[in-house]
Ligand binder design. Structure first.
Ligand code: SF4
Ligand code: SF4
Length: 261
């Protein structure tokens, strides 16, 4: 049975059994109760806009040839009817034609976010532009960082040598060996989750999280002196604001002179 029909059948069964559970059902519909680590399909627009645009039609889920996408059901801790991944179980295979994105009729999955231009200037889909999430490594449990040779995540990466590289680091514990440490590069990582599935640990030591959950944002005022033209970027930025409070108005000496320190 196609995933969408299975989902609808399950939903109707749930509704039938839920005469007493009406209030709980409404709770499931409340996106606010959702987990903060939901991973959406390639081309997904920012989460708040996604929730407004996604009509829960399930066409993206049906279009996925690997059944990697799941339609959230009651109890999944995700807004019911919206598509998401469980990377450890079934990651995204990065289809070149990105059928999930193409199937979306509402723009919740926006193909312009996963498109660029070829040499002739023609628009084309490019799945490597996907930003499903970002892989993060727990260096305390990753055995490669212990000094044991393991490159399972590195080898599984579809953007190998760009999104995940292996760096030689001195093994401080032995003082004479090298550690072959996997390193993730956010500019190329698509968050496909192949590394998470490949990790040989009982619980993956490399896992995908939404990018805004793991990435900071530098102040716009800092200039990258080594990048040509970056200085021009800050021209015209408004002056820095200063917060003045009764406390900040006083100087340190004022407090010293009060003699009650
Ligand atoms: S890119 Fe392919 S494997 Fe990944 S979710 Fe879309 S259809 Fe499924
Ligand atoms: S195809 Fe688009 S609108 Fe339909 S469930 Fe998927 S993301 Fe939502």
């Amino acid at each position: 049975m196609p995933e969408r029909r299975r989902f609808l059948a399950g939903m109707i069964r749930s509704l039938g059994a839920a005469t007493v559970g009406g209030i709980a059902w409404m709770g499931f519909l409340d996106g606010k109760k959702s987990r903060p680590d939901i991973l959406r399909p390639p081309g997904a627009i920012p989460e708040q806009d996604f929730l407004l645009k996604c009509t829960k039609c399930g066409l993206c889920v049906e279009a996925c040839p690997f059944q990697s996408l799941i339609l959230a059901r009651p109890g999944d801790e995700r807004p019911v009817g919206t598509p998401y991944f469980k990377m450890r179980e079934n990651p995204c295979r990065m289809c070149r034609e990105i059928p999930c994105t193409v199937a979306c009729p509402t723009g919740a999955l926006d193909r312009s976010l996963v498109s660029d231009r070829d040499e002739q200037g023609k628009r084309r889909l490019n799945v490597n532009l996907s930003k499903i999430g970002l892989a993060v490594i727990d260096r305390e449990t990753c055995i490669a960082y212990w000094g044991i040779q393991c490159d399972a995540c590195y080898r599984s990466c579809p953007v190998m040598d760009k999104a995940v590289t292996v760096e030689y680091v001195r093994n401080e514990r032995t003082g004479k060996h090298a550690i072959l440490a996997p390193v993730v590069h956010s500019d190329h990582c698509t968050g496909c989750g192949m590394c998470e599935r490949a990790c040989i640990n009982q619980k993956a030591s490399i896992f995908v999280l939404p990018r805004d959950a793991v990435m900071g944002e530098s102040s716009a005022r800092y200039v990258r002196g080594w990048e040509s033209g970056d200085e021009e970027r800050i021209e015209g930025l408004p002056d820095e604001t200063e917060t003045v409070t009764p406390r900040s108005e006083k100087k340190a000496l004022d407090y010293l002179n009060k003699g009650d320190l």
